[in-house]
Unconditional design. Structure first.
Length: 153
C-alpha cells in the first residue's frame, strides 16, 4: 500500500466524520426535524406513549446522539493518530485526540449559536466531550492491554 493510500485510509474517515458533525449542527438536525423521525418511531413501538413521555424520550435520544457522535469521533481520531508514521504524533496520539474532541465540541456549539433553529449549550459540549473521552479511554486501555500481552502496538 502506498504512502498516499495509507494517509487517505487513515484520515479520510476522520475528516468525513468531522464534516458529518458540522452537517448535523445545521438546521437539518434541529429538534423539530428529529422529532418527526423519533416521535413516529416511538409511537409505532409503544402506541400508548403520552406526549410528555414522548418529549422526554426525544430529549434523551438527542443527548445520546451527541455522546455517540463524539464517541465515534474519538475512535476515528485514535485510529488516525495512533497509527501515524510520525513518531511525535504516534507518541502523543491520546492528547492530540482529546484536543481535537474538545475543540470540535466547543466549535460545534459555537456554530449552532448562529443557526436560528438551534440552541448552543455548554451542557451539550460536555456530553460531546464525554463521548469522545470514553471512546479514547477504551482505545487507550485496549492498546495498553495489547502492548502488555504482545510487547508492541
Amino acid at each position: 500500500m502506498s504512502n498516499v493510500s495509507r494517509f487517505v485510509s487513515r484520515y479520510l474517515p476522520l475528516i468525513a466524520w468531522l464534516v458529518f458533525i458540522s452537517f448535523a449542527s445545521s438546521d437539518n438536525f434541529n429538534a423539530g426535524n428529529t422529532s418527526r423521525i423519533i416521535g413516529p418511531l416511538i409511537l409505532w413501538l409503544f402506541p400508548n406513549t403520552s406526549p410528555e413521555t414522548l418529549e422526554v424520550v426525544h430529549y434523551i435520544t438527542r443527548k445520546i446522539a451527541h455522546f455517540t457522535e463524539y464517541a465515534i469521533l474519538g475512535f476515528l481520531a485514535a485510529r488516525a493518530f495512533r497509527t501515524s508514521p510520525h513518531p511525535a504524533i504516534k507518541q502523543r496520539w491520546f492528547l492530540i485526540c482529546v484536543a481535537l474532541v474538545v475543540v470540535y465540541a466547543l466549535l460545534d456549539e459555537y456554530h449552532q449559536s448562529f443557526v436560528p433553529s438551534r440552541t448552543a449549550s455548554i451542557f451539550d459540549s460536555l456530553i460531546d466531550m464525554s463521548g469522545g473521552l470514553v471512546a479514547l479511554i477504551i482505545v487507550w486501555k485496549r492498546t495498553a492491554a495489547y502492548t502488555h500481552e504482545h510487547g508492541s502496538v
